[in-house]
Ligand binder design. Structure first.
Ligand code: UT7
Length: 327
């Protein structure tokens, strides 16, 4: 059976780092509060005003090309999950294709917030499974610092900037993406959103200084729905693929809050050593969290490992993907 398998990974982290100690000087917070409530110690920040999401996505794609030795002209398609594109249009993926010399590729972006990588991966996999394309680059890239109010302690401690990418190719040996449960619920928009800057509420001279220019989150309801959404879709996947907790080698959760990750793991009886965690170093990098985890844990992965990716984000959007690692 033809499946779509991850055959390589790449990443980019901007060099500047914002620590909890730095945040203590900016807002009324403490390292102790941030660490115990979220698990975050530091996050990377894109401070160069001439560089943002497309640049970071390009660097991650270049790193992927270096790691895999793939010829950019052989790439058929580039899909980028992002909610912080450089511009409303043109999109990120076309900019990346141009910058890396993927002259035969087309591309588009997927807007699904923290589920952006998951939804992009599922879309890319369908193109490969159908036989339409053979080689797709899937990227998660977000410059969250561009939409954060650094005087709002409820959000500024959470997010970081990063990009990470995977190479997806056809596999006929039983590896690759096996199943997926993806969900959405538009009623979630009241709890997590960016009000201004779109077609409904463009930025004007009057609203220029409104808080609606920045990300808004009502944390508690989002927390509850995130735990429910991730654990229920993992359960569905495990049931219909006859997977017991001991059959799963790795769980790769979206990195929004260490307590969310622990609740999901506890509900499903996954021991901590099987759950990828990078939140301490990067914070919540939105669409980049899952491919960043795959980068950082790559050396621990073995061919044939059963892996479950799971995410929850603005929209609401959420879901899980079950795959067998291919290398
Ligand atoms: O990735 C997309 C999806 N997003 C998520 O999954 C995030 C889900 N939500 C969360 O992770 C958590 O709700 C937060 C980390 C955002 C907040 O943690 P919480 O335990 O839910 O805290 P809370 O919002 O209920 O606030 C508790 C207290 C409040 O004070 P009072 O009202 O009890 O006096 C807040 O004002 O903590 C206060 N607080 C802070 N204190 C110090 C809120 N932010 C801070 C802060 N430093 N940075």
């Amino acid at each position: 059976m033809r499946r779509a398998a991850i055959k390589g990974v790449g990443k980019f982290l901007p060099p500047d780092v914002l620590t909890n100690a730095d945040l203590e000087k900016m807002v009324d917070t403490s390292d102790e509060w941030i660490t115990t409530r979220t698990g975050i110690k530091q996050r990377h920040m894109m401070k160069d005003p001439d560089k943002a999401t497309t640049y970071m996505a390009t660097q991650a794609a270049k790193n992927l090309i270096e790691n895999t030795g793939v010829d950019p002209s052989s790439i058929d398609l580039i899909i980028t999950g992002t909610v912080t594109p450089d511009h409303n249009f043109p999109d990120t993926s076309n900019g990346v294709a141009h910058a890396i010399g993927a002259t035969n590729a087309f591309g588009f972006d997927v807007n699904a917030a923290c589920s952006g990588f998951l939804f992009s991966l599922a879309t890319a996999a369908s193109y490969i499974q159908s036989g339409m394309y053979n080689r797709v680059v899937v990227i998660g890239s977000d410059t969250m610092s561009s939409i954060i109010d650094y005087t709002d302690r409820t959000t500024c401690i959470l997010f970081g900037d990063a990009a990470a990418a995977v190479l997806l190719e056809a596999d006929e040996d039983g590896h690759g993406i096996i199943d997926q449960v993806l969900k959405g619920d538009g009623s979630g928009k009241e709890y997590l959103n960016l009000k201004l800057g779109g077609s409904l509420h463009p930025i004007t001279a009057e609203n220029l200084n409104d808080s609606g220019r920045y990300i808004f989150q009502d944390g508690r309801p989002v927390f509850k729905r995130a735990v429910l959404g991730m654990s229920s879709t993992i359960k569905q996947l495990m049931e219909r693929n006859n997977l017991r907790p001991e059959d799963v080698n790795w769980v790769v959760p979206h990195q929004a809050n260490m307590r969310i990750i622990q609740s999901v793991s506890d509900q499903l009886d996954f021991p901590p050593e099987k759950v990828m965690v990078t939140i301490e170093n990067y914070g919540n990098t939105t669409a980049a969290t899952i491919p960043l985890c795959l980068n950082d844990y790559e050396s621990k992965l073995n061919k044939g490992d059963n892996i479950i990716l799971t995410a929850f984000g603005g929209g609401f959007t959420w879901g899980s993907i079950y795959l067998k690692w291919a290398y």
